[in-house]
Structures are given as structure tokens and as C-alpha cells.
Design a binder for this molecule. Sequence first.
Ligand code: HEC
Length: 130
Amino acid sequence: MSGGRRWTVGFLIVLLALGAVISYAGIQGAGRPVLPTNADERVEPLPTTGPVVRIDLPHEEPELPPGPNREQFRNACTVCHSTRLVLTQPRLPAKKWDEVVHKMVAVYGAPLTRDEEHAIVGYLATMQGN
Ligand code: HEC
């Protein structure tokens, strides 16, 4: 290899290495978010132009048909969800209602004694039983 060719090959190798370094640096920087320079500046809320309007959406619970232990049912079974969830279930035998009520206690943590469970099952079996 002549002196001139050796220099050319050397120059090309340096050029390739430089290209690799530049593109690697580009890939590394590509994913980084560009932080705004005023990152710690407080954003003031826009001024309101009129009176603040408040909307109260209606909260309607379905009427509970009268029956034994209705108030106990209402108190215990509306802690986590509407009675609608209960009253839209199909009519079930007392044994099934007992399972459902006990699931609320055992799985979801409804704070009921076994006697209170029975009282509520009594209401459900009367109103929503078969
Ligand atoms: C501690 C919270 C809690 C209480 C109190 C509670 N439930 Fe539930 N109930 C749940 C949760 C959670 C679900 C599941 C909701 C879902 O799947 O979207 C549920 C679902 C239900 C369902 C739908 C069917 C099913 O098995 O998932 C019925 C029926 C039901 N509850 C009845 C009752 C009755 C009757 C009472 C009163 C004894 C009661 N719940 C009290 C938490 C509770």
C-alpha cells in the first residue's frame, strides 16, 4: 500500500467512527423530553368572567316496597352501592339471597353480624324472592 492510499484509508476509518459516534449520540438524545425553561413558573387560573354556577345532580334512590326489616336493609345495603343494584336482580330463593348477603360481608367487608344478615335476607326473600 502506498503512503497516499494508507492516509486515505485511515481518513475514511476516522470518518466512519465519527459518524457512528454522532448517530449514537443522536439516538440517545432523541427520547429525552425537552424541558421548558420556565418549568417552575406558577400558572395563575384564568379570571372568571361571570358568576360561578353550581349544578346539583339529583340523587334518586328507588322506592323500597314496605316489608319486614326494610330499614335494616336500607341502612346496611346502601353503604357501598345503590339499592337499585339489589332490586334489579332476578327473584331469588332465600338460600341464594343468603349467599349474596354473606358475600357482601365476607368478600367486600360489609360490617354485619350474622343476625343482621338473616334479617336482611328476610326482607329480600319476601320482596325479591321466588
Ligand atoms: C362493603 C361494601 C358493600 C356493602 C355494605 C354491600 N355491598 Fe353489595 N356489592 C359490593 C360490591 C363491591 C359489589 C360488586 C359491584 C360490581 O361488581 O360492580 C356488590 C354487588 C352486589 C350485588 C350484585 C351481584 C353480585 O353478587 O355482585 C348485589 C345483589 C348486592 N351487592 C347486594 C347487597 C346487599 C343485599 C347488601 C346489604 C346486605 C350489600 N350488597 C351491601 C359491596 C357492598
